[in-house]
Design a protein around this ligand. Structure first.
Ligand code: GSH
Length: 265
């Protein structure tokens, strides 16, 4: 890896690397599943040479409201959250989905984000990407046990149906409330997160979707999660205030702009 490339890595990449260096129990990225370890050497300003993971390149949606900001794709945030929670350095490439550049369509023929580069190959789809990250970089483990992996999985589709609905008596609000209520009960019984005390992949998938739900329904429907679901409310607050979430969340104005076509449609 060239010095220029190392210098182009983000501050977040460096700080994540330093975390690895300071906490040796956090295994550095790269294990037997990685054919070419993603490791480089970095000479720090103090003259120390430390092992540094080469940042993983990841293409994500760009903001439509503010230049050089991350956009409102919940699948991209899911991948970024996974990278953050695993303390992996990454190099984010913002893609204007309204005017997709040629280089992007070459690596993502379907024109979708997120895509990530593993071993010189670009891989799409947040399900596939997060699963691969778990296999390649198992520490800290983020897997959700199979029996809990689908908790909350109908929330996004019921949220979209309610958001698009123009008929208050079509049952879409109740369908969403039923799903939210089931999640509230699950959190009440299981702990702070879907799999108990520790955050896991299911939370990292659901968190960005709940963030979209909160912003879009407040804006377009003047609707908010009822006080009768306190465990869900505190679950959302806990996830939304995590450093990893604050660092990777979309701007509320982008979330609002992103859902406008669906609401108007
Ligand atoms: N199943 C995919 C969905 C990805 C997806 O739908 N991404 C949207 C942005 S949120 C996209 O790239 N859309 C293409 C476009 O808007 O042209 C995943 O989980 O990664």
């Amino acid at each position: 890896m060239s010095t220029a490339r190392i210098q182009s890595s983000t501050a977040s990449a460096l700080s994540a690397t330093v975390k690895h260096h300071l906490f040796p129990n956090l295994r550095p990225p790269g294990n037997h599943l990685v054919s070419r370890p993603n490791i480089a050497r970095l000479r720090t300003t103090r003259g120390l040479t430390v092992a540094m993971a080469a940042p993983l390149e990841v293409c994500v949606k760009a903001s439509v409201t503010t230049p050089n900001k991350l956009g409102d794709c919940p699948f991209c945030q899911r991948v970024l959250l996974t990278l953050e929670e695993k303390h992996l350095p990454y190099d984010m490439k913002l893609v204007d989905l309204g005017n997709k550049p040629e280089w992007f369509l070459k690596i993502s023929p379907e024109g979708k984000v997120p895509v990530i580069k593993f071993d010189e190959k670009w891989v799409p789809d947040s399900d596939v990407i997060t699963q691969s990250l778990e296999e390649k970089f198992p520490d800290p483990p983020l897997g959700t046990p199979a029996e809990k992996a689908s908790v909350g999985s109908k929330i996004f589709s019921t949220f979209i149906a309610f958001l698009k609905s123009k008929d208050p008596s079509d049952g879409t609000e109740q369908a969403l409330l039923n799903e939210l209520s089931a999640l509230n009960d699950h959190i009440k019984e299981n702990g702070h997160f879907i799999n108990g005390e520790k955050i896991s992949a299911a939370d990292l998938s659901l968190g960005p979707k709940l963030y979209h739900l909160e912003i879009a329904l407040a804006h377009y429907k003047k609707w908010s999660v009822p006080d009768s679901l306190p465990h869900l409310k505190s679950y959302m607050k806990t996830i939304f205030s995590k450093d990893s979430f604050l660092k990777t969340r979309a701007l509320p104005e982008d979330v609002i702009a992103g859902w406008r076509p669906k609401v108007m449609g």
